[in-house]
Ligand binder design. Sequence first.
Ligand code: PLP
Length: 449
Amino acid sequence: MTHILHRQLRGALPTAAGGHGIVIVDANGNEYLDASGGAAVSCLGHGHPDVVAAMHAQIDRLAYAHTSFFTTAVAESLADHLIGHAPSGMSHVYLVSGGSEAIEAALKLARQYFVEIGEPQRRHFIARRQSYHGNTLGALAVGGNAWRRAQFAPLLIEVTHVAPCYEYRDRRDGESPEAYGERLAHEIEDAIERLGPRNVIGFVAEPVVGATLGAAPPVPGYFRRIREICDRHGILLIADEVMCGMGRTGTLYAVEQEGIAPDLAAIAKGLGGGYQPIGAVLVQQRIIASLERGSGFFQHGHTYIGHPVACAAALAVQQVIERDRLLDAVKTLGAQLAQRLRAVFGGHRHVGDIRGRGLFMAIELVEDRETRQPFDPALRLHARIKAEAMARGLMVYPMGGTIDGRSGDHVLIAPPFITTPAEIDEIVRRLAAAVDAAIAAVARQKTPA
Ligand SMILES: Cc1ncc(COP(=O)(O)O)c(C=O)c1O
């Protein structure tokens, strides 16, 4: 009997009891290769000695000081480090405790910016379908996952959603990737025109879409066009790098690979690598300058923002990534992971697409490769793959509703940056076995003996 309101009220979870490297050990001694870092969180795996030592040292020094009374050396150092490695023009960091909080802060800061500069009529956000920005009400409102939003819709602020950049399904035959990106950009421009360009606050997007679409990268030129559209209308570009950021795609920020800088960037998961709950919003200098000239404060705040132990963990994680040149490792291991996935699933009759960047990869499952028809959502193939993978000592991050919040299945693979080449091979081997077992079970259910 549990007194925790778990995510699911039915079914029992194993108890995580320990962890080392990329392995989590349960209370029965079973070991699981953490090939998804939970939900693309544990970039340094589990029990990293440098991170653990940094947290211990901070706890011994000072565990907590409220940010309305004090700043701390560790929070200042973390902010210095982040700004020192940030997309160009970023000057300040707002520290929070997770991804949803980062998005909420970004939305409010964006709105306050326009109030401060005398454009209070701006009140609309544009975001994309098949995106995920968090589960708090503001983040859920900008998010475009129909299923997650449905029952809470009456509570959500109005947001205009446009198409995601989902090349596998939405690029037309004979359409170049660039032309596809251009078509999407036109849709955004149309939405802006409909709302009135001077009424729009910001455009929110994950540079590489994580949980909802499964590591879907943008087509070339897409974000440059969006940057140009936003600039033309004075609209803020808010990059949600919560999942794809902090090195996961091979550069610290995924948006770097698009050759642009956002106005606000939300980060979380890989920031603290799961050692502590922490997130942040990076802010462009000109936004800060307008607040300095105006009210002189950001009308926001939570009890635990800038938590010293969380900052110590995040600073240590980021220093290890830099010291151990782990972005290079992400590129090398990512290339190996992509190669292994292609070798194993490239000819698989139920894998329609293999996509992603760096150590942020996914396979999309289909009933029929030719027509790209998904499996019947009632079969819950993604959930079966997760169960089969766990039974084989493998953690991956499968999700359903890939196409429209209802149909489609994908599996996200996001191993820690410290994974060894041998572990990459083993991850793909176990994944292949789990996928085949799940598909076999689905086939048996469809054609009962
Ligand atoms: C892109 C993105 N944004 C925001 C969030 C919300 O972060 P959190 O779960 O830390 O609130 C997530 C979580 O999965 C995410 O993937």
